[in-house]
Design a protein around this ligand. Structure first.
Ligand SMILES: [Zn+2]
Length: 209
């Protein structure tokens, strides 16, 4: 039945514009309700199939968020505090996909962030944990992997996580390698140390060679 015949049927059957409008509105509301319910069920399934954070781990996460706040990452802090649900083990969805690192994983757009043991043990300090959360916050905004890695790498100085302060930690080395893999175009500046176009103080080091 096409739209015309529907309208015609409506006229015969006593339909009028307000009734049609009501029916359309009802259909729209029903569909919206079904969609909203589906999202809620999906979200709950992610939460139910994963474990909550322990209180002391929550405190560690909060310290890292506070560090981001002190460094001026307001948007990210807002999202991490208002739109994220932190969990300590994989939900069913995480088990189906490859994880790109062992620190944390975010389910966009539902905002569940699974925090793995490396976040607490491999990360050297709260600054490195803040770096991980800064990355996950990009996913909360809808960023893909290259975008999340690029944002963090370009934010190193603002974060206080630089070659000088953390350049030798396992986490710094790991994230640098992953950033190079995802964003090789950021490492094409021969005049900069290690070809990293985002470095600046290292020209001095180059000069000392
Ligand atoms: Zn990521």
């Amino acid at each position: 039945m096409n739209v015309d015949s529907e309208l015609e049927d409506g006229a015969v059957g006593g339909w009028n514009a307000p009734v049609q409008k009501q029916t359309f509105l009802k259909l729209l509301l029903n569909n919206s309700a079904v969609a909203a319910l589906t999202v809620v069920i999906f979200y709950l399934s992610l939460v139910i199939t994963s474990a909550p954070m322990r209180a002391e781990d929550r405190e560690t996460i909060e310290r890292a968020v506070q560090l981001l706040e002190a460094r001026g990452f307001e948007q990210e802090v807002f999202l991490l505090r208002r739109a994220a649900t932190f969990r300590s083990s994989d939900n069913w969805l995480n088990l189906l996909v490859d994880k790109e690192n062992a620190y944390a994983a975010t389910n966009f757009p539902l905002g569940t962030i699974t925090v793995y043991p490396d976040f607490f043990t491999k990360a050297d300090d709260d600054t490195e944990r803040a770096m991980v959360l800064l990355h996950e916050a990009q996913h909360l905004k809808g960023a893909n992997e290259p975008e999340a890695y690029e944002f963090v790498w370009r934010s190193r100085r603002q974060l206080g996580w630089t070659t000088l302060s953390h350049g030798t930690t396992p986490t710094y080395t790991t994230i640098e390698l992953q950033t190079r893999e995802y964003n090789p175009q950021m490492f094409t500046c021969p005049a900069k140390l290690w070809d990293d176009c985002t470095e600046n103080l290292e020209t001095q080091r180059q000069a000392k060679r």
